[in-house]
Design a binder for this molecule. Structure first.
Ligand code: SAM
Length: 323
């Protein structure tokens, strides 16, 4: 790696699953804010360096704004220089892993732990670094996630009827909003039941909707009401008690957008968590439509494949809206 490559304050890094590289390139083109300067291929990931304006990417697992660098001549001097900037650092596994581990061993452990169900990720400023050569460190001081390369850790749940609960747990951790016992959640496309299972531990009531039946394990859950129905035919006016809507339905994102707009038009649902699933070519116009809804965030979870997760809170008056 050429060590002068990143010596600019307008370079930004994006950590991408290799399978999503084309989607990320499409996003860069669409946003017209920056250009891809270089791509560093790793095992099943890519570190993509862009020049121009930083953007909060839909497709990156983690983003590293405003890359900076310094030279070092020993492990001790590298760790001392990092410590002089900040106490906590997350090591991004790009190359020279043994040397990076030695440097890391001189630094304090970041206080990010495995998250329990419904727990928000810690509100920490996170700083990441990697070795671009034997004698140079590249770092970013303003990363969005307090976990190495955005790998949020959620507790495993061996009892759940499907692994899909991990997607919901990670969404809630990133959303930093979670249903409470006062909430009624409608779970659209719920079978076999991983999300409804997790939600039944957080919310007061869960209305679980699918055209297929739930897993038998779900039958003893007292606060889950199952409706064997097509989610697209439901009339939101018949569910005035619903304060949260989550959806993992397999459908085209533009169809999901219409469904969400229908529910939003009655103003009763306060929070949404929905998976946007893509088949074949990614529908960027549908992503933009979701991103334009005020107080929305769109992210690619560790457990998302050719999918994105859209979260929205109608009660949140911050500037988290993406475009
Ligand atoms: C990926 S699975 C959902 C997994 C679920 N979130 C879990 O935690 O186990 C997608 C589900 O969407 C359901 N689905 C597809 N079209 C639907 C529709 N029109 N109405 C309701 N459910 C639908 C499928 O039957 C399927 O069970």
């Amino acid at each position: 790696m050429n060590k002068n490559q990143f010596k600019t304050n307008v370079s930004h890094g994006y950590w991408i699953q290799s399978e999503r590289a084309e989607d990320f390139a499409g996003e860069v083109k669409l946003r017209k804010l920056s250009q891809i300067q270089r791509t560093i291929p790793l095992k099943d990931k890519q570190l993509v360096i862009c020049e121009g304006d930083f953007f909060q990417s839909w497709w990156a697992q983690e983003s590293f704004p405003c890359l900076q660098s310094f030279e070092f001549n020993s492990v001790k001097s590298a760790s001392n220089q990092l410590k002089a900037i900040s106490k906590y650092w997350l090591p991004v596994p790009v190359q020279l892993h043994r040397k990076q581990a030695l440097i890391q061993s001189h630094l304090s452990k970041t206080p990010s732990k495995k998250l329990a169900r419904g727990q928000a990720m810690p509100d920490l400023v996170s700083r990441s670094y990697w070795l671009s050569s034997e004698t140079e460190i590249i770092y970013s001081e303003d990363c969005s996630l307090p976990y190495t390369a955005g790998l949020i850790q959620v507790e495993t749940d061996a009892e759940a009827p499907s692994r899909a609960y991990a997607k919901l747990d990670e969404s809630l951790a990133r959303f930093r909003t979670t249903p409470t016992k006062e909430d009624t959640v409608i779970d659209l496309g719920s079978c076999p039941g991983g999300w409804s299972w997790a939600l039944s531990q957080l919310a007061g009531q869960v209305i679980s909707v699918d055209t297929a039946p739930l897993d038998i394990k779900m039958s003893h859950k007292k606060n889950i009401q199952f409706l064997k129905k097509d989610a697209f035919t439901l009339d939101p006016r018949l569910f005035p008690q619903v304060s949260w809507l989550v959806s993992d339905i397999i459908c085209y994102p533009d169809k999901l957008f219409e469904l969400i707009q229908k529910w939003r038009s009655y103003n009763t649902v306060k929070n949404f968590v929905c998976t946007l699933k893509f088949k074949g070519k990614t529908d960027f116009s549908a992503i933009q439509a979701f991103a334009k809804i005020p107080n929305s965030q769109i992210f690619h979870l560790n457990s998302n494949k050719h999918e994105l997760t859209w979260v929205h809170s109608s009660s949140e008056l911050d500037n988290s809206t993406q475009s």
